[in-house]
Ligand binder design. Structure first.
Ligand code: SAH
Ligand code: TRP
Length: 610
């Protein structure tokens, strides 16, 4: 069902975008690789481009000086490869903005070029990749008879375009208008596929709803397309049911959900927006950008598995615990009677948050490994009360945790922008670029929950250095660190009586089963929490109950586990004041405050660059 593409950036010959790259849109017309429905896109094609700003306007009455440019269009009903004029056009036309599409027509729609995208209104160009079942009887389009008769073509795409134009002409922002059309159409036709693409030559708005969508942004240019070409551009996949807003400077991705549908039933009451306006408001203040490469799970997990499970003793990096189920189980851990760190850190935060707000005067709060952001609310409250905070930027590997936390925070903090990033802070600690006025304000970085203790000592040293280099003079770092204490208290915190930590630990095997087709039998492993006295750390392990062979076909591994053989899944290092302070100082980080809870179980450090 069609492939489409939009581009913004420096002026380039259209051939460079449409035909030159390997697996370009041109090639995708007969050999799409990721298309979910249909086979070839041979029922026409079209593209629209914008005149250069200093070109004489093509239609003066419509173009007030300085106003948006009206794009030109070229559409044909033949397959893109069957138009002998095309190579010359693409070679000689250049533009800073383009929208192009190849069509695979839905039965019962116009077959002439009037139904080929892009559709146009004023500065807008639009394309639809998908299909709306029974579209001629779609209720609540809001279109009157005059507008119905003025439809440019007899097709679902032309109908969607007319409903969208109505909203754009009323001045609704592009993203909100697209989200609205998708939500309403999906509510009436749940199986509709609605990948929409819209540009005014200055920004791109797109939805992914049922088919694939990718973007690539680098060097002042941005591409949004149904599927990536093989030009070497840094393509990233957009999650399904998302709204994407892109300019050459930034890409924002926000979840798009029909009202009333929340991802996790237990939270439905909390998360459902109360009205379409409410949903729009939430959507526009919440953005989620994915920094993980599209093949992250595939490639990084494979590499970690080969590296870690192939080694002796066997180990796995802890970030793979946190799929949606893992993030949920971790939340359960934080509520266990035996797991004191969350409560102890919460206690310190409640007591010290006003001081933290006064000392930092942060305009942006960036949190690494934010999870549910539950404790963070104490900081958000204090920074909001102090009147300095504009933006909260959580970063986590768990997209589900970010989505859940972010939408709830937008609902509960009406003045706050939440700019979430899915990333691995060990691989790629590029802090989210502030998108608002807080650009020059002080930032507070938070790294809570003693997640720093899950990094091995060399990794942790490197990480401190990375943090120091990322911080500017007026930034501060708030670090949560669990302290050395009685062995039994520690072991119980990581081996609770209800078996939640055991389930969390074994969940990593489930991740391997799902992602790499492994055949781990969870009941053949025991959960173990061991206090390593010399290293002053808890080690979480999984111990094989009997001799067994586990197959991981996707990485061609066959692993023999002896009875009692252990796999190391997590370290949780416990800290002492002197050594931690020295370690931070070695990285150029100075501890300004060291606060503990009443029982001195946990420490919260306020740190500045020295
Ligand atoms: N800060 C929360 C959650 C701590 S659990 C609290 O204090 O309760 C650790 C969190 O870090 C999880 O949400 C996990 O998804 C995230 N995480 C673990 N490794 C990560 C990595 N390499 N990059 C980004 N996030 C990571
Ligand atoms: N940072 C937390 C800690 O070390 C992570 C954690 C809590 C954890 N409970 C866990 C990791 C159980 C693995 C297993 O305390």
């Amino acid at each position: 069902m069609c492939r489409h593409l939009a581009y913004l950036g420096p002026s380039v010959p259209l051939a460079d975008l449409l035909t030159a790259p390997e697996h370009s849109l041109y090639e995708q017309s007969w050999a799409p690789r990721l298309q979910r429905h249909g086979t070839v896109n041979a029922d026409g094609f079209g593209f629209g481009w914008y005149p250069a700003p200093d070109d004489p306007p093509d239609d003066p009455p419509d173009d007030p000086p300085g106003g948006p440019a009206r794009p030109g269009r070229y559409r044909r009903a033949v397959p893109i490869w069957a138009d002998p004029n095309l190579p010359d056009l693409l070679r000689t036309l250049s533009s800073t903005a383009l929208l192009a599409a190849v069509r695979s027509a839905t039965a019962g729609t116009s077959q002439d070029e009037s139904a080929a995208a892009p559709f146009r209104d004023g500065p807008w160009l639009f394309s639809h990749n998908g299909a709306v079942p029974d579209w001629t009887r779609l209720p609540d389009t809001g279109l009157g008879p005059a507008e119905m008769l003025a439809l440019e073509a007899h097709s679902d795409s032309a109908l969607l375009w007319a409903t969208l134009v109505q909203r754009l002409r009323r001045g609704q922002p592009a993203g909100a208008a697209l989200a609205d059309v998708v939500r309403r159409t999906a509510a009436a036709r749940p199986t509709a596929r609605l990948n929409l693409l819209l540009t005014d030559g200055r920004g791109i708005a797109a939805t992914r709803h049922g088919d694939t969508l990718w973007y690539a942004r680098a060097d002042g240019r941005v591409l949004v397309a149904s599927e990536p070409d093989r030009s070497g551009a840094p393509w990233q996949e957009v999650p399904d049911h998302s709204l994407l807003l892109a300019t050459p400077a930034a890409v924002h991705i926000a979840p798009l959900r029909p009202p009333g549908r929340a991802p996790r039933p237990s939270h439905r009451a909390d998360r459902t927006p109360t009205s379409p306006e409410d949903a729009d408001r939430m959507t526009s203040r919440f953005s989620l950008e994915t920094r993980l490469p599209a093949d992250h799970t595939a490639m990084a997990l494979r590499a970690d598995v080969l590296n870690g499970l192939g080694a002796q003793p066997r180990w796995l990096p802890p970030k793979w615990f946190y799929d949606a189920r893992g993030s949920e189980l971790f939340e359960e851990i934080t509520r266990l009677p035996e797991y004191y760190p969350t409560r102890a850190e919460h206690e310190i935060l409640i007591r010290r948050a006003p001081e933290i707000a006064a000392l930092t005067r942060a305009r942006q709060l960036v949190e690494l490994g934010s999870g549910s952001s539950r404790k963070t609310r104490v900081l958000l409250d204090a920074l909001t009360a102090a009147g300095t905070l504009e933006c909260y930027a959580p970063l986590d590997v768990s997209a589900s945790a970010l989505e859940e936390a972010g939408t709830a925070l937008c609902r509960d903090y009406p003045g706050l922008r939440v700019q979430a990033t899915v990333a691995d802070f060990q691989r790629d600690l590029v802090l989210p670029e502030p998108q608002g006025p807080e650009q020059h304000g002080p930032r507070l970085l938070a790294f809570l929950g003693s997640t720093v203790g899950n990094l091995d000592t060399p990794e942790r040293r490197a990480f401190h250095g990375l943090l120091r280099r990322t911080m500017s003079g007026d930034d501060a770092l708030l670090l949560g660190a669990d302290l050395v204490k009685d062995r039994d208290v520690l072991v119980r915190a990581y081996d609770d009586s209800q078996g939640v930590t055991a389930a969390f630990n074994k969940n990593v095997l489930q991740v391997l089963n799902r992602e790499l087709n492994a055949d781990f039998d969870l009941d053949s492993f025991d959960h173990l929490a061991v206090w390593n006295e010399d290293e002053e750390r808890i080690e979480m392990r999984l111990r094989s109950r009997h001799q067994q062979t586990v197959k991981i076909p996707d990485v061609d591994l066959s692993l023999d586990f002896a009875r009692g053989e252990e796999l190391l899944t997590e370290l949780s290092i416990k800290f002492r004041r002197e050594s931690l302070t020295a370690e931070l100082a070695a990285a150029g980080l100075q501890v300004r405050q060291w606060w503990t809870d009443q029982q001195r179980r946990f420490a919260l450090l306020l740190i500045v660059p020295d």
